[in-house]
Design a protein around this ligand. Structure first.
Ligand code: PGA
Length: 254
């Protein structure tokens, strides 16, 4: 199966000009057998302009960093799935730990977003993962925590038409690995990803792609994606470093 590499720009860069420039570094080597799906998540304000660039270049997909669950109406500051789909945006990250932490997003809110995205045929990238205090309690506590997050974030998943469920992607992102320069050990990430996959099969009868995120760079990406069970990576800070982008795209396409 093709790997999916998602680049999350977070709240960067500061101008459209820089955003357009940055996007040019994501071009994949021209080859007919595309082995990797490259997904770039800029801030909302750049999506419109960048979508016209991306449409010329079939090798890069755009993602939003968040969505709102209602279709339209009096929800100041929010962005709907339809607005994004109409721009040609195919993916959205939902439940990133920074939104859970700084914006106080709850599992209930995240669940509404997951359902709204899937219902309208958006590829939903749901982020889950434990903090350091839980990791220190051991693997059993980590599994319990992630199981609990998934139970809540994926509630009422059976209300979604079966053919749309293939659009669900999960990213295992231990919070202690995000932005710290200290990634999870690949074998630990693998164990959690296997756990998530088997949980989703047994609970929702669904085969789902699961990625790893947290301090991924060109030096370590192969250690994760070499495993068949790890379907790709979510890259944060490194997605702004131009030399790194090219290497990551190259490594993950080979
Ligand atoms: P990082 O971020 O690669 O900077 O650790 C990952 C993320 O925010 O998903």
């Amino acid at each position: 199966m093709n790997k999916i590499i998602i680049f999350n720009w977070k709240m960067n860069p500061s101008s459209l000009k820089e955003a357009k420039k940055l996007l040019t570094y994501y071009k994949q080597p021209t080859t007919n057998d595309k082995k990797v799906e490259i997904v770039v998540c800029p801030p909302f304000v750049y999506l419109s302009e960048l979508s016209s660039v991306v449409s010329l270049r079939s090798s890069v997909n755009l993602a939003a960093q968040d969505i709102f669950w209602e279709e339209k109406g009096a929800y100041t500051g929010e962005i709907s799935v339809k607005m994004l789909k109409n721009l040609g945006v195919e993916y959205a990250i939902i439940g990133h730990s920074e939104r859970r932490q700084y914006l106080k997003e709850t599992d209930e809110m995240i669940n509404k977003k997951v359902l709204a995205g899937l219902k309208d045929n958006l590829k939903v990238v749901l982020c889950v993962g434990e903090n350091l205090a839980i990791r220190k309690l051991g693997i059993k506590a980590v599994k319990n925590f992630v199981r609990n997050q998934l139970e809540k974030d994926l509630e009422k998943l059976s209300s979604i038409k079966h053919q749309l469920l293939k659009n669900l992607i999960i990213t295992y992102e231990p919070i202690w690995a995000i932005g710290t320069g200290i990634p999870a050990r690949p074998e630990d990430a693998l164990a959690m990803i296997k756990f998530i996959k088997s949980l989703v099969v047994s609970r929702w009868s669904l085969v789902v792609s699961v990625l790893y995120g947290g301090s991924v760079n060109s030096q370590n990406i192969k250690d994760f994606i070499k495993y068949n069970e790890i379907d790709g990576a979510l890259v944060g800070g490194t997605s702004l470093k131009t030399a790194e982008i090219k290497n990551i795209v190259k490594i993950s396409s080979s």
